[in-house]
Design a binder for this molecule. Structure first.
Ligand code: KMH
Ligand code: ZN
Length: 311
């Protein structure tokens, strides 16, 4: 088996400040947390930006300018920039980070879906929210389409190719793998692929072992097992660690981090991204899988290198 690439998703666009005081929100907090995750063993860090005033997800490249160079200077981790951004952002706003920063890797979401977090609102009273935007943001996701049409997929993919950015194909369900397959057959997306199975999002596939096996078997059939590397994001707890264990055993890679899960143990909030990465490293060790360094991750994924980004 290849060494294990651990990605840490630092803040995201769907973890709400009301859920945990430990979610990094300002550029300094996001950069510090990413560096901490890298020091704990993450070969790659997945980055979103948030409005420094109120923690709301933002596509503002000026905010990214305060985050990305700071991480790059202080650690060797591969930096994967989001093109999902946050729910409700326009496609044009979401893609801007690619031509602006020419990152080594960027997320490439594989289909339109009702990516919803609306049940979260049932857990909180009005006075619990830290910021005025949170409740409306959560509620609007019940009736929103996370837009990734075939025209958008083509646009995202061509933009990444023009900037030598490796697309990390996020598949939230089996049908999204068929979308990837279509893009490959159409000559838009090139092999080998970097696939991310995203499980447990309301609107997508679940995190049961059968779901992971089905995604893997479908990918093998569509692409051939030698033509892709894969990783799994299990959203929520204990799924983050359960699907990580499964992926470690099956030869896949893993993603942990506060973007996808806020708990280190049942009902115990993780105090940092580093703490989640440390647990992932322990899991890998217990299961006999070596953890990849950032440069080993670059070799496994065929990335252009840290010196070729624009930040
Ligand atoms: N928040 C994850 C479930 C992206 O950034 O483009 C999905 C994600 C998408 O990471
Ligand atoms: Zn993300």
């Amino acid at each position: 088996m290849e060494k294990l690439i651990i990605t840490c998703a630092i803040t995201g666009g769907v973890t709400m400040p009301v859920q945990t005081p430990y979610i990094p929100l300002t550029p300094e907090q996001i950069a510090d947390s990413a560096v901490g995750a890298a020091e704990a063993g993450a070969a790659s860090v997945h980055v979103h930006a948030r409005n420094p005033e109120n923690g709301k997800p933002t596509p503002d490249v000026e905010v990214y300018k305060k985050i990305l160079p700071s991480i790059r200077k202080r650690c060797n981790a591969v930096i994967c920039v989001t093109t999902g951004g946050g729910l409700g952002l326009s496609v044009e706003d979401r893609i801007k980070v690619v031509p602006t920063f020419k990152p080594e890797v960027a997320t490439f979401n594989q289909g339109s879906m009702n990516f919803s977090i609306h049940p979260l609102a049932r857990r909180y009273k009005d006075e619990d929210y830290r910021y005025s935007w949170e409740k409306d943001y959560i509620n609007m996701t019940k009736d929103i389409v996370f837009r990734n049409t075939f025209a958008d997929l083509e646009h995202f993919c061509k933009t990444m190719k023009a900037n030598d950015t490796k697309p990390e194909c996020e598949a939230y369900d089996v049908g999204h793998l068929y979308n990837v397959s279509f893009l490959v057959r159409d000559g838009i997306l090139e092999l080998p692929l970097w696939l991310q199975f995203v499980t447990g999002v309301l609107g997508g596939i679940g995190s049961a072992p059968q779901d992971i096996v089905y995604m893997k078997e479908t990918a093998d059939r569509l692409f051939g097992s030698d033509n892709y590397q894969w990783s799994v994001i299990g959203c929520g707890y204990p799924h983050q660690f359960n699907v990580a264990a499964l992926s470690i055993m099956m030869g896949g890679h893993i993603r942990v981090g506060l973007e996808d899960n806020i708990f280190i143990e049942r009902k115990v909030l993780a105090k940092s991204n580093a703490e989640l990465v440390e647990k992932a490293v322990r899991l890998a060790r217990e299961l006999g899988r070596e953890v990849a360094t950032p440069d080993e991750a670059r070799a496994i994924l065929g990335l252009k290198g840290k010196d070729k980004v624009n930040f």
